[in-house]
Write a protein that binds this ligand. Structure first.
Ligand code: TYM
Length: 334
């Protein structure tokens, strides 16, 4: 069981990233190791260059993200943690896979439509090819499982189609991966607008809880969370605000949403629910924030972790690339 996932170094990582993805990474590193395989996690700096960005800031964010992942529980001895730009096989495979990717498929990607609408100066060709690079990330490692949040569903569907088409055209070479989207927590909503997902770019600052937020800030954001009419604390489609808070409570406390609902049976109103969620989230994130403060200053040590990860990643990806080039008739026969 080989697990692969990628995470962007852009912006600050939020509760949606943490509950939808990062927690799964940590769980996956143990599950993979238990069956003698390895979980591979990549910080995707090349993807971050597809929208407007500042080079110095990108490097800072990359260290931030590396430190958050380590603080959340990734152990470099148990998994492979590396920076995408360090392993050139990703960009080469991206190009090779464009030959089995339909232009029309890329045009239909909702993230491309959303992100291209946000670009003021330039909609780059890189943004259009973003999902192909993402396919290359996973397919280069012949991964079976891709832990992601719900918003990546379409990108995983596309990489499956690309792998299937490649194998049909050039012979069985690539593994067709499956997504692993958690039942609860896969789509954490913005606290100020619970009809929109929590996000680094599209959401509101007050409605976005960051992994590194101080306890006071976390409490304030939950206290001000937009809830729904009525006073019943139940999950229901016409109560997106309350449903989101109950989902967060469930995942943060590691209980089911039904148990979260039941735990609020004696509550006096939405205020009690907000306080309970804030406390659970603070408790969950406090150790991450503390470890981050210890890890982040030593950029040399972070570089060492990334360099060692890249070396291991390269060895696996180079093997796949040799097979892909051979199957496609690119380069010499042997
Ligand atoms: P990124 O960095 O935007 O997001 C990282 C992970 O967080 C999940 N996520 C959420 N989960 C629940 N609720 C939310 N509100 C929420 N917002 C984000 C995302 O689904 C993701 O799993 N394209 C990817 C990066 C990538 C990748 C890959 C992922 C590049 N190559 C290969 C998997 C495999 C992205 O933008 O992640």
């Amino acid at each position: 069981m080989r697990i692969f996932s990628g995470i962007q170094p852009t912006g600050r990582k939020h509760l949606g990233n943490y509950l939808g993805a990062i927690r799964q990474y940590v769980e996956g590193q143990h599950r993979s190791a238990a069956v003698g395989d390895v979980a591979i996690y990549c910080i995707v700096d090349l993807h971050a260059t597809t929208v407007a960005y500042e080079p110095e800031v990108l490097r800072e964010r990359l260290y931030d993200t590396t430190a958050i992942l380590l603080a959340a529980g990734l152990e470099p001895e148990r998994c492979i943690l590396f920076r995408q730009g360090d392993v050139q096989e990703h960009t080469e495979l991206c190009w090779l896979l464009t030959s089995v990717t339909a232009h029309g498929e890329l045009n239909r990607m909702t993230q491309f439509k959303e992100k291209s609408a946000q670009q003021r100066e330039l909609v780059s060709a890189g943004l259009f090819l973003y999902p192909v690079l993402q396919a290359a990330d996973v397919l280069a490692y012949r991964a079976h499982e891709v832990p992601v949040g719900d918003d990546q569903r379409q990108h995983i569907e596309l990489m499956r189609d690309i792998a299937i088409r490649f194998n049909a055209r050039f012979g069985e070479t690539l593994v067709v991966p499956e997504h692993r989207i958690p039942d609860v927590g896969a789509r954490i909503m913005d606290l100020q607008d619970p009809t929109k997902k929590m996000s680094t770019t599209g959401g509101t600052v007050e409605g976005t809880v960051y992994v590194l937020d101080e306890p006071g800030a976390i409490e304030k954001k939950f206290k001000r969370a937009v809830t729904d009419s009525g006073s019943e604390i139940v999950r229901s489609p016409d109560k997106p605000g309350v449903t989101n808070l109950l989902d967060v409570l469930a995942v943060a406390r590691d209980i089911t949403p039904a148990e979260a609902e039941a735990s609020m049976a004696g509550a006096r109103g939405y205020g009690d629910l907000k306080m309970a969620v804030a406390a659970a989230v603070e408790e969950m994130l406090a150790p991450v924030r503390e470890r981050y403060a210890e890890i982040r200053p030593d950029e040399g040590a972070l570089e060492d972790v990334l360099a060692a990860g890249a070396e291991k990643a390269r060895a696996i990806a180079a093997d796949t690339l040799r097979d892909v080039r051979r199957a496609m008739g690119v380069g010499p026969a042997r």
